[in-house]
Design a binder for this molecule. Structure first.
Ligand code: TXA
Ligand code: MG
Length: 312
């Protein structure tokens, strides 16, 4: 692991699909190439999260953000006022958005931010691509505000830890969604709600996750395919498309991973569900997925997608 701040080596490692921890003004981030499905899957694996909560995509300037998402007038106002800085904006993904669907956990939206830490900006420019970065702590541990915190828990999982000293803000970015039904505050963070309201000129609704900090994904409207899912299926029945895994992939063109690799399976999960859905089939049978490593998160998401639909 590179221990010095060799920016070019870190950027190169990121482009090759490895993970790089880097400082931001809020907390240290565990960075992966946002356009590489497997790198994004490795971020979830390193975090040890039991579910796929969508990740924030980091870019070095607002122009790069505008290329990834559809920014409403309100979203633009907030971007201009607070970027670079501790604000993440959730906006609809652009049709040609190159960021992995896994980073959006299959949702049609994307969270984007431009951090203000000079080393974060230097790294993002050197990376020459958007970078997903959750806080660089294993699931359930507090967010890291020094490079030492990151090394303690994640040093075996990253190619480099860029050391930019202690994070000034020390809490995560404020998350605001701008999805057409007016701005909503999804997570309290580095920018106070009152400052956001001052810029917008009106109050924002709060749909905060903070009451359940370990389960933010629970409150999101989750991606579910139109087709009904049947899980733990050894083979398809009449009229079903089959999504295979490991040796159980011989029933049609779709497999999460023919070699039974859970990182590969996570990487293509949402993409394949979308693809199969697009054929118009009404039922998808899914092979059993092992319950270890990323298998827990994959099973979690499949169970939710298979659950009876509510209208919320
Ligand atoms: O300060 C921060 O934001 C840090 C640094 C590293 O930038 N990152 C961070 O990421 O806190 P993470 O993954 O720990 O938190 C991401 C938050 C979660 O609450 C997630 O639910 C929300 O952003 N989020 C991401 N994409 C979303 C989406 N499409 N819709 C709704 N919420 C989303
Ligand atoms: Mg976090």
């Amino acid at each position: 692991m590179a221990s010095n701040n060799d920016m070019q080596a870190a950027a190169q490692a990121l482009r090759e699909g490895q993970l790089v921890a880097f400082p931001t003004e809020t907390v240290y981030g565990l960075g992966g190439d946002a356009t590489n499905d497997e790198a994004v899957a490795r971020v979830y694996a390193a975090k040890g999260r039991p579910s796929f909560n969508p990740l924030i995509t980091h870019v070095p300037d607002a122009e790069a953000a505008f290329a990834l998402g559809e920014f409403s007038a309100d979203a633009r106002k907030l971007a201009v006022a607070f970027w670079p800085g501790p604000l993440s904006l959730v906006v609809p993904r652009k049709a040609n958005c190159p960021v992995s669907l896994l980073a959006s956990a299959g949702l049609p939206s994307i969270a984007i931010r431009v951090p203000s830490h000079p080393m974060a900006l230097e790294f993002l420019r050197a990376a020459e691509r958007p970078v997903v970065a959750p806080s660089a702590n294993p699931s359930g541990k507090i967010s890291p505000t020094t490079a030492e915190h990151v090394r303690k828990h994640l040093k075996d999982k990253v190619a480099a830890v860029l050391d930019g000293g202690r994070c000034k803000v020390g809490v995560e970015s404020t998350v605001v969604s701008c999805l057409g039904d007016g701005p909503k505050l999804l997570r309290h963070g580095g920018i106070p709600r009152a400052e956001i309201e001052k810029v917008l000129g009106h109050a924002v609704a709060v749909e905060s996750h903070s009451a359940r900090p370990h389960a933010p994904g629970q409150l999101l409207s989750h991606y579910a395919p139109h087709a009904e899912l049947r899980l733990n299926a050894d083979r398809p029945r009449e009229g079903e498309a089959y999504l295979g895994f490991g040796p159980l992939h011989a029933h049609g063109p779709w497999t999460l991973s023919a070699r039974g690799d859970l990182v590969e399976a996570a990487a293509c999960l949402f993409r394949l569900l979308h693809e199969i859905d697009a054929t118009g089939v009404s039922r998808i049978a899914v092979a059993p997925i092992p319950h270890h490593g990323l298998g827990d998160a994959i099973n979690d998401r499949l169970l939710r997608a298979a659950a009876p639909r509510d209208t919320a």
